[in-house]
Design a binder for this molecule. Structure first.
Ligand code: ATP
Ligand code: MG
Length: 301
């Protein structure tokens, strides 16, 4: 086996090109959805690399759970058919289900609309020791709600508070919310699965062509394609306003699913590894208790 530092260097090869920690000069169009770093892998090779990544993640998750202090929040955002569901399923396949929680955020309910916009997300933030996964997230509040401004009306805000600056204000609130989580020991990682418009069409066509994929098809997804450029602008601004060293964005190429999964797995492994977690040490008092328990068991007939 390679020494730990060499493995981490290898992992960084997959993450460095896609990690955004400063938004200032960020432009989505500088990132190629089809990028695979020049790597060509067959299915078996890619699956084997991903298996190793997921295995490592499973080990890390075990320590995370045992030390019961840090937690991790993984935020997934993307256009339809970019592969959020599959990525979550494959990357986290080895992790103990008791240590992680997945939440999919859809159109808000009447109750949710009656609260401040972060409310429904804040209550689902991960407990200490756990990995929380947001399949869509509070970012929808500056993406779909920004693209379809009639959704904002349904949020019952006092009209006086709805001005031109509302999107910048929301983005600032989100950045602050993430700072807050960071200071509470929640490591926040954000993934934008960067799918090209062309590949999205191909995937929609596949859903129409293959009967076993028909269930995934939704006519409204095709309607949403008309707003592609508006979404790209909204993503651009969201990433620019919220990328930071502590809660980076990863703009992950998404036209090749095997590559998407490798980059996401690498980013999570790297972030948890940085915490340098250890299993809790047994104190001298606890050692005495353990010895007493052993003596009691041994004394049984
Ligand atoms: P999939 O299509 O793979 O099942 P999905 O995440 O697209 O996954 P859908 O049920 O198709 O799930 O769509 C959920 C919809 O809810 C999305 O169109 C999303 O934009 C919308 N949505 C999420 N959060 C909000 C929000 N805060 N306000 C309005 N719409 C939202
Ligand atoms: Mg959908």
């Amino acid at each position: 086996m390679l020494p730990r530092n060499d493995i981490l260097d290898a992992i960084r090869r997959y993450t460095d090109p896609y990690r955004i920690t400063k938004g200032k000069d960020f432009r989505l169009k500088d990132f190629d959805p089809g990028d695979t770093l020049g790597l060509k892998m067959d299915k078996a090779e890619a699956a084997e690399s991903l298996r190793r990544g997921s295995e490592w993640l499973a080990m890390e998750q075990d320590v995370l759970y045992a030390q019961d202090s840090w937690s991790v929040l993984l935020v997934f955002q993307a256009m339809d058919a970019a592969g959020k569901d599959g990525t979550i399923k494959h990357v986290l396949s080895g992790v103990n289900p008791q240590g992680c929680d997945v939440f999919s955020f859809k159109q808000p309910s009447q109750e949710e609309l009656s609260h401040d916009f972060l409310w429904r997300y804040a209550v689902k933030a991960p407990q200490r020791g756990r990995i929380g996964i947001f399949n869509r997230s509070y970012y929808e509040e500056v993406l779909v709600v920004r693209v379809h401004q009639e959704l904002l009306k349904a949020q019952k805000l006092p009209p006086k508070l709805v001005g031109k600056g509302i999107w910048d204000e929301r983005l600032a609130d989100i950045a602050r919310f993430e700072d807050y989580l960071t200071r509470q020991g929640v490591v926040v990682l954000k993934f934008y699965l960067n799918l090209s418009r062309k590949e999205q069409k191909k995937r929609f066509m596949e859903r129409l062509d293959k009967p076993q994929k028909n269930w995934k098809f939704s006519a409204s997804d095709v309607r949403e394609r008309r707003y592609w450029d508006d979404y790209m602008r909204a993503y651009d601004e969201a990433i620019r306003a919220t990328a930071s060293k502590d809660s980076p964005w990863f703009v992950v190429p998404a036209d090749n699913k095997w590559f998407t999964r490798l980059v996401v797995a690498a980013a999570i492994v790297e972030a948890v590894e940085k915490l340098d977690l250890q299993y809790p040490k047994v104190t001298p008092d606890q050692k005495k208790d353990l010895a007493a328990a052993r003596a009691e068991l041994e004394a049984e007939k």
